[in-house]
Write a new protein. Sequence first.
Length: 450
Amino acid sequence: MTAFTVALVLVVAAAGLLRWRRPAWYWLAFGVTLAALRVLVRYRSVMDACGLTVPPARWRLSLARATNRPIPEPRPPRIRRLRPTRTGLVFRLKLRPGQDVFDIAAASDRLRHSFSMFGVTSREVRSGVVEVRMTGYDVLKRVQMPAETETRAMRVPVALREDGSVHYRDYRAIPHALTLGATESGKSVYQRNLVAGLAPLDVALVGIDCKQGVELFPLARRFSALADSPDTAAELLDALVARMADVYRLIRTQQRITVDVPDAEIAADIWDLPDELRPTPVVLLIDEVAELALYATREEERRRDRIITALVRLAQLGRAAGIYLEICGQRFGSELGKGITMLRAQLTGRTAHRLNDETSANMAFGDIAPDAVLAAIQIPAELRGLAIAGDASGGWHRIRAPHTSLRQAVNLCNRYADRTPDLPELAPFRPTTGTATELVPSAKASPATA
């Protein structure tokens, strides 16, 4: 008996230590079994308490009265499948007649408390079937991406969602995106994860970094073109617009519109072309977009209009030509001048890290998901990397990218430097990857002037 007591105490102590230091290990070792039993045992009473049951059918009531049997109890949604995951539980519910998916969503917080889980989210799989995802611990506190993720052309994993699933950046589904975030909010880390995910793919990376290139130029070996000033950015964007026109001419000549070709084979974008003719897709990453829209002189104003016009053209027409925009900035508002709201309307994907003002949150989500505005301005400063991600469908969720240092991103870009394509129209903007130049001492510290 003493040995059993000692073993039980050791197991409880180990479970407590794992839950404190390694919640993922605790969940896989102990939590998943306890949570599954808790859900199965409490399911009927919890659903009844949350108002997620329906009265029995009339024929069952009539049969009970005719046979002098007890009145049947209200019926909860039927569990069709219960599946444990590395972060929680996933089960599908078959709704009863008269129930709606919004009933489950409205009761998410009560289900979380009743089943002693960290978070509960739901989504409709198909008519009458709802998938409920429960997380057993805070998966965003220490982000650990799964070892295996779904790989597909122009689709990269960049972060982890609050329900434990992987957040992908799918350029085929959402071609253009806007990422906002204040200083020290984790926006740069999100951008590094994006570049790290794109580096192994057959894609051309083009960057505009007006902070003298401190963010993107260390990754230069994987970039086909880089600009570090508004003047160079204007020329680079003009070159991309010219490339877009050339790609459209290629698609037009290869459309194969004849009476003997099925409609499914008619080319309308680069992905309908044969592999040997398909141009390399281009992802344009812009860091601090506000620097491209600010001006102080008449000449800078003309340059600004030229840049914004080119960006709007690329956002409106670039998808079929395989040109995708990834625009980042600390501030994005109508005060940046004409054309900004038109550009925003073309940016389907929206990601907002911690913001300093509500206006930027409204620019990010006000037109697609008003509920996400409040969530974006409530992100605490100590949770760097936490963000709100949404799209034009109106849905949104919390995400957090795993911490990737600049050194890790540079090593990854250097590893896949051989995949960097040479685009003739962007050759003048190809970054040099030689050794770094030595810093020139200032005149005050120069011994010659001392």
